[in-house]
Design a protein around this ligand. Structure first.
Ligand code: ATP
Ligand code: MG
Length: 316
């Protein structure tokens, strides 16, 4: 049984005069201890998918269809009360900007202790010990326990958010653009930290990023989102060796390669569609270099190619 098994998930935002189909029929599986990178342009629905798993989609958004099986239970059908037991305790999330999630008036250590005590049956002194242990696990010395968030660098704040997220001992961590605000060196350190945590804690991680090269470095598998849909899902190695979907190919060509003399910056011309009124056929067709007649008329199905899949008429 997969740890997480999402089937045909649809999450829409109901605006006064339109419906934004932010996640529109996504199916995705994650095994225990696996890191899955979720990549795609801004507005493709990555955060909405992450929030859907925790059932934290803000109104006017809501899940309209599909299922999210986590350890065999469908989260979509759970009540808010039951979800509260799963959130944090079993599935945690790390957000892009740690300052919005850390309380500036509270010492970092105390925030950790509070989180631990809310989710685990431990005494105050045990919680303090655990808090120090988790700070050390993410590379922050236990002596920084008494610091306030403003005394931390950006990278340390992000590390303390990660410490907070794992301190409840979850099985799944959803990290939404956890390093976008950080420089590349700190970014690489945080990615190393995720790898370490996966190994030490058998943690499964969904890493949301717009940067496919970051995802490829640490993810076992990569899901490529385009306009609310998953257009390709495969191992990082297969994506690297042979991307199938024309959109994935475009993303890969856009990765700068300093070893090549050709330093031309590649990009994918055009813009993603309006999600309240997407094209009838393939959503990528208007920007696709390999477009055929059928692409503008019919919706491509998910085509299995060995143990990966691609949503494109070029295959199958
Ligand atoms: N609260 C909201 N109300 C209305 N529409 C929303 C809301 N949040 C997101 N959307 C819309 O849903 C679509 C998907 O947005 P989402 O934030 O999930 O994309 P994303 O892939 O995470 O983008 P980014 O890379 O910029 O974070 C977009 O069209 C966005 O405008
Ligand atoms: Mg986002």
């Amino acid at each position: 049984m997969a740890l997480l098994d999402i089937e045909n998930l649809k999450t829409y935002y109901f605006l006064p005069d339109s419906i934004v189909k932010a996640v529109d029929g996504v199916s995705l599986r994650i095994e225990e201890g696996e890191i899955v990178g979720l990549v795609g342009e801004s507005g493709s629905g990555k955060s909405t998918l992450g929030l859907s798993i925790l059932k934290l989609v803000p109104p006017p958004g809501r899940i309209v269809e599909g299922s999210i099986f986590f350890k065999g239970r469908d989260l979509v059908s759970l009540s808010e009360k039951e979800m509260e037991k799963i959130r944090g305790a079993q599935i945690s999330m790390v957000f892009q900007d740690p300052l919005t999630s850390l309380d500036p008036l509270m010492r970092v250590g105390d925030q950790l202790v509070e989180t631990i005590m809310a989710h685990r049956e431990v005494s105050k002194s045990e919680a303090v010990e655990l808090a120090k242990k988790y700070l050390e696990m993410v590379g922050i010395g236990g002596e920084r326990f008494y610091d306030y968030p403003h005394q931390f660098s950006g990278g340390m704040r992000q590390r303390s958010m990660i410490a907070m997220a794992i301190s409840t001992n979850p099985s799944l961590l959803i990290a939404d653009e956890p390093t976008t605000a950080l420089d590349v060196i700190v970014q690489a350190q945080i990615m190393k930290l995720f790898e370490k945590l996966r190994k030490e804690l058998k943690l499964s991680i969904i890493l949301i990023t717009h940067d496919i090269s970051v995802a490829m470095e640490i993810a076992d598998k990569i899901g490529v989102m385009y306009a609310g849909q998953l257009v390709e899902f495969a191992s990082s190695y297969e994506i690297y060796r042979e991307p199938l979907h024309p959109y994935t190919k475009g993303l890969m060509e856009a990765v700068p390669n300093i070893e090549l003399a050709d330093m031309k910056l590649h990009y994918i011309p055009g813009d993603p569609p309006d999600l309240s009124n997407p094209p009838i056929g393939c959503r990528f067709a208007p920007r696709c270099k390999e477009k055929m007649d059928i692409c503008e008329r019919e919706v491509p199905p998910e085509i299995r190619v060995k143990d990966r899949f691609v949503r494109c008429f070029l295959y199958g």
